[in-house]
Ligand binder design. Structure first.
Ligand code: GRF
Length: 212
């Protein structure tokens, strides 16, 4: 992007992907990018503590603080506008985004999912449920996917995927840990490619320009 990425990270949980993005920005691996805001619906999210330690502004916002979804959405969009956010990275965000936000940031919202989409995605496929389903299906490979966000869960155009073998001895916990390690490389790599202007998206199709 010519103006650089001014990112809002949305996180509800531990925030390890948020930390991996921060590390890649701080080290210069992801160029021309800053994290302007951390948005969370969960007051106990580990990501909030990281943001506070790093001096990143925090917005704690959830639908139940408002009388209508419209009011909630307007407040969120206004906060993003005020901080000149031009890109959103979901990192373990447990709430569905409103269609208004998605359409305002079309092809400028990305998510990371701990499986090889379109397999093992969609409603209910989060956290350990994903890895239980992978093991239950007898899959021999799994992995992680970074994709643009559209109106359906885990559905928009895929940017990058990486796979790892499933071991016969794997439990949902061991698999989750190995996939998470993979995510910590994959998410910064995808956002680096976007920051370098190498990711072109057209409807459901993503093209990655020479990534050398
Ligand atoms: C990750 O597995 C990510 O793929 C999924 O939620 C988890 C978030 O983990 N969307 P963390 O909070 O970044 O540690």
């Amino acid at each position: 992007m010519p103006d650089g990425l001014n990112i809002a990270v949305f996180a509800s949980g531990k925030g390890s992907n948020f930390r991996s993005l921060l590390g890649a920005i701080d080290s210069g691996t992801i160029p021309n990018t800053r994290i302007a805001l951390l948005v969370s619906n969960n007051p106990k999210a580990g990501a909030l503590e990281t943001a506070r330690d790093k001096g990143i502004p925090v917005l704690r916002i959830s639908l139940d603080q408002f009388t209508t979804e419209e009011e909630y959405c307007s407040t969120l969009i206004e906060a993003l506008r005020k901080d000149r956010v031009n890109f959103i990275a979901l990192a373990g965000y447990m709430k569905k985004l409103s269609p208004r936000l998605i359409s305002r940031y079309r092809n400028r919202i990305v998510n990371i999912h701990p499986a090889l989409l379109p397999a093992f995605g969609g409603p209910g496929m989060y956290g350990k449920h994903v890895h239980e389903a992978v093991l239950g299906a007898g899959a021999t490979v799994t992995g992680a996917t970074v994709h643009f966000v559209d109106e359906d869960y885990d559905h928009g155009p895929i940017i990058l995927q990486r796979s790892i073998p499933v071991q016969p001895s794997d439990t949902p916990e061991t698999l989750a840990a190995r996939v998470l390690t993979l995510e910590h490389d994959l998410y910064p790599e995808a956002i680096r490619l976007i920051a370098e202007g190498k990711v072109l998206v057209d409807a459901q199709h993503v093209t990655i320009m020479n990534s050398g």
